[in-house]
Design a protein around this ligand. Structure first.
Ligand code: SF4
Length: 475
């Protein structure tokens, strides 16, 4: 899938460190955010705590653009830090919505980083504004900060405030909260978004959206947080609070396995790479075809293509090359420039596909323009047949949990049948992953997953106001 044209984007990535001794903790966060860059490319930021004094730098742009060596050095030494990469799903892409969100209050400083989307953000914001809160951003993360601060006024400990706040927040939130003396990791009661922690050889604790970010800073994964779990990192070590666990249906996002997370990450110990191989294998069983080669749309279709090849016995080959050195096409707003971007971005390996019957594997179809162009590129390079296999079912419903699928108008499967889509994209045959296979992708048992964008089976009440810029008018 081309995330630019199809208008489905990764959500956000969070990263935190609680160090045994002070050092330039911002450097570790920088490397961690680099590994999470695929989850958000609009803005990024880091806040470092030096004995409770917070220093923040955040801005629009990629991690490599925002953090020069001088900027990183200016964050100074500390024992704790949190960082964030953002693709905003609520609130615009402006600088003010970059995270961490830092709140200074007489109960103490609080830096918040958030992955997910609240489903009751509009009603919480109205309630908070009614009680005098003045918002500086249009993101729902500021709402979380204010709810936490409000609850802190009513409680004895920060942990109790977090537990109480969780009863007011609905929807998806994987959070890292930095207080003056501790880090607190929080996963919402449904557990929509991944959040894990580990430890490096110096004894520093690392928390991250994905385990690939732990590996990038040489930390060992300890485990994924459970839905509703709160894990506190402070001078006494690590302790878990499970008062809010088991209070809502478990619903990890299945699309993390299909598309969002990196193949080298694990969620609940399940390999993302293996989940994608499995999807390819299911497709080979359900939609067999006589073909000469299997190729994947780079990079998101590669694992599925290998799985299809392994199951079918049809050789896997490299048939498409992605140019990684051009700008992201979503910067180009018009349809015409988008199509130009796609042509620049992908090229066929003629020597692989010429005269061949090709199975082309991709992870999803949103609007269909990108896959249609890819099929055309293969035919121009001499492919005699192109059989498209998609490692996800058709998108039929919006996502309210932090993924930018907010309108059925943009979803091709809402308008056309599978044979019609096959015709529109110029493929010989088209096969989507069956919905019945979704729970089998992660390869575990006993866990349940959110599949709502495919099935319409939402695990929470659906909000009425969900547009990305729903708070814009009040700014
Ligand atoms: Fe993931 Fe789809 Fe559920 Fe959103 S609706 S959390 S994208 S499975």
């Amino acid at each position: 899938m081309d995330s630019c044209e199809t208008h489905i984007h990764e959500e956000c990535g969070v990263f935190g460190i609680y160090a045994a001794n002070p050092f330039h903790v911002g450097d570790t966060v920088y490397y961690g955010l680099y590994a999470l860059q695929h989850r958000g490319q609009e803005s990024c930021g880091i806040t470092v705590s030096n004995n409770g004094r917070f220093t923040t730098h955040k801005d629009l742009g990629l991690v490599s653009e925002v953090f020069t060596p001088e900027r990183l050095a200016s964050l100074g030494e500390g024992t704790m830090a949190v960082g964030h990469v953002r693709y905003g799903t609520t609130g615009n892409s402006g600088r003010e919505n970059a995270q961490p969100i830092v709140v200074s209050h007489f109960t103490g400083n609080l830096a918040t980083v958030h992955n997910g989307n609240l489903t009751n953000a509009a009603e919480l914001r109205r309630e908070l504004e009614g009680r005098g809160s003045i918002f500086h951003t249009t993101s729902d993360t500021e709402i979380i900060s204010y709810v936490l601060t409000q609850e802190r006024l009513e409680t004895y400990t920060a942990e109790d405030a977090v537990l109480r706040a969780m009863n007011r927040l609905r929807g998806a939130y994987s959070l890292i909260l930095m207080l003056e003396d501790k880090l607190i990791a929080v996963k919402d009661k449904n557990g929509f978004r991944p959040l894990c922690y580990g430890r490096n050889r110096h004894g520093d604790y690392i928390i991250a959206s994905e385990s690939c970010a732990l590996s990038s800073v040489s930390a060992e994964l300890i485990r994924e947080l459970e839905p509703g779990e709160v894990v506190v990192f402070d001078r006494d070590g690590v302790h878990s609070i499970k008062d809010n666990c088991g209070k809502a249906p478990e619903a990890m996002c299945i699309f993390e396995y299909i598309y969002f997370s990196r193949p080298d990450s694990l969620i609940y110990g399940n390999s993302i790479h293996h989940a994608r191989l499995r999807a390819g294998r299911f497709l080979a069983k359900d939609y067999p075809v006589d073909a000469d080669i299997v190729i994947g749309v780079p990079d998101s279709g590669t694992d599925g293509a290998i799985g299809y090849s392994q199951e079918s016995g049809i050789p896997y080959d490299i048939g498409l090359i992605k140019n990684k050195y051009i700008g992201r096409t979503f910067i180009s707003p018009g349809q015409k420039s988008r199509e130009t971007g796609v042509r620049i971005k992908l090229n066929a390996v003629r020597e692989t596909v010429e005269g061949k019957r090709v199975v082309l594997v991709d992870d999803s179809i949103v609007r269909s323009t990108t896959i249609a162009r890819t099929v055309a590129i293969l035919r121009e390079a001499g492919a005699t047949q192109v059989h498209v296999r998609i490692t996800a079912p058709p998108f039929l419903n919006p996502c309210y949990y932090g993924v930018d699928i907010d309108s059925r108008e943009n979803l091709i499967a809402c308008k056309y049948s599978v044979p019609e889509i096959c015709n529109l994209i110029g493929a010989d045959t088209l096969g989507y992953l069956g919905i019945e296979h979704l729970p089998e992708l992660p390869g575990d048992s006993g866990r349940t997953y959110c599949t709502a964008c495919f099935t319409g089976d939402y695990k929470t009440r659906i909000p009425e106001e969900t547009k990305r810029d729903m708070f814009e008018e009040s700014v």
